[in-house]
Design a protein around this ligand. Structure first.
Ligand SMILES: [Fe+2]
Ligand SMILES: [Fe+2]
Length: 428
């Protein structure tokens, strides 16, 4: 009798453990969107073949794709053959386990111009777990600004997704806080110096990035740097962390990619800034000078509109600049395309033609979980916030020939607003 009870209990415990170990331990997240496909990644508690169920309604997940590899813990499933600009619900947990929040929307046709909202974060995973509150607050402020909704058309994450590039930190400092956004918003990441403690192995195995032009743009052949199209926007994501000998290949690819691009808007993003008076002062360092000499002329020759960077954990935003290849102290009137704030209600939006060297705005995005003090205020930044409390994120809205950019700070300003900076660029 006693022996029988032990066996019963053992079977019962085994059933419980099997049930729990099959559960999802990293919630699904979306990457490599296009108008007909998307990639969904997640982690399960034990090795099982991954399967995504999807369909037109939460209770109608009628299609499914099964992963080709068996018994994986890290899952990555590509769904293709989809209809452009269409909402699909999905589940990685069985056809009956869809939720209202678990959906993807296929990209609009390349070249079309619907309103597009991009949420930009940087240095989000960096700093230890006592920064969790600020990370949560950054996500909460985004949700509040975005009509009590986590969903954006895209997320750009500008590097330092971790502090020490450990798998534990990726989960606990990044995915856990961003989960409600990533479940229905496609993510594009850049490599930061803190993601590069292991030759980028964790980074490259965690994130799926379009090395073959899957989301538009010219194939780079590497996930370290790449480009993509979304509606009428072309985005290039560059890698400031590649070895010196890899740099020429990156620049050659960038030139060819931009030669082939004809989208209305061009955004460039990367981890380390061209110009910043933050912790790593670019006027004092050789690396940013090298990138200004080699990358910036290519971007400006192709009419780049907005340059997004992180790394220094401060908010710095330039006026409309061109061809400032030297230090900020080398600024002359020739570099100043428009020295105003670019605010419609103050001094008017920035206006530019779609042509080379018509002016670029540089934004240094602070950390989502960490903010720092600056050493210096550079004259090219009419708007600048530095301090240990000023974590936040950026919102970029593109609508036809108009781009609106806002800095959402976790703190309120003296007027009680979380929007600390805003500017507009209009294409003539
Ligand atoms: Fe950082
Ligand atoms: Fe960094």
């Amino acid at each position: 009798m006693r022996k029988y009870s032990f066996i019963t209990m053992g079977v019962f415990l085994l059933m419980i453990s099997l049930q729990f170990s099959a559960q999802v331990s990293r919630q699904p997240f979306l990457q490599i969107p296009s108008s007909t496909s998307v990639t969904i990644s997640w982690i399960s508690g034990r090795g099982v073949p991954g399967e995504v169920h999807y369909g037109p309604a939460v209770n109608s997940l009628t299609e499914s794709v099964i992963e080709s590899e068996e018994e994986e813990i890290y899952h990555e499933v590509v769904i293709s053959g989809l209809t452009p600009d269409t909402k699909y619900y999905y589940s990685v947990d069985g056809a009956s386990r869809g939720t209202e929040e678990q959906y993807f929307i296929t990209a609009p046709q390349v070249g079309s111009s619907p309103p597009v909202r991009i949420w930009v974060i940087s240095d989000f995973g960096q700093s230890d777990s006592d920064q969790n509150e600020e990370r949560m607050e950054t996500v909460a402020q985004w949700k509040s600004f975005n009509g009590n909704n986590h969903h954006a058309d895209l997320i750009l994450s500008l590097g330092d997704q971790t502090e020490d590039d450990s798998r534990y930190q990726l989960q606990h400092n990044y995915f856990n806080q961003l989960e409600p956004v990533l479940v229905n918003t496609p993510l594009f990441t850049a490599i930061g110096n803190h993601d590069n403690h292991d030759d980028m192995v964790n980074y490259l195995s965690t994130f799926a990035l379009p090395s073959e032009g899957e989301s538009g743009g010219l194939a780079s052949g590497t996930e370290k740097y790449y480009s993509f199209d979304y509606a009428n926007i072309h985005v290039v994501v560059l890698c400031t962390e590649v070895e010196d000998e890899e740099m020429p290949a990156q620049i050659e690819w960038l030139k060819k990619d931009l030669d082939a691009n004809s989208q209305d808007w061009l955004i460039a993003s990367m981890h380390r800034p061209f110009h910043s008076g933050g912790h790593h002062r670019t006027d004092d360092e050789q690396d940013p000078q090298d990138r200004r000499n080699t990358w910036l002329p290519v971007l400006e020759d192709h009419g780049v509109d907005l340059i997004l960077q992180g790394h220094n954990h401060v908010y710095e935003r330039s006026f409309m600049l061109d061809n400032l290849l030297g230090k900020t102290t080398s600024l002359t009137d020739d570099n100043v395309i428009d020295g105003g704030l670019g605010r419609e209600d103050v001094d008017g939006a920035y206006k530019k033609k779609n042509a080379p060297h018509q002016g670029t705005v540089f934004v240094e995005v602070p950390g989502g979980g960490v903010a720092s003090k600056s050493f210096e205020l550079y004259s090219i930044f009419p708007v600048h916030y530095n301090g240990y409390e000023y974590e936040g994120s950026l919102v970029v809205d593109v609508n036809g020939n108009r781009m609106d950019v806002k800095f959402l700070c976790n703190e309120k300003d003296e007027k009680g607003s979380h929007i600390w900076d805003y500017f507009t660029i209009i294409k003539k």
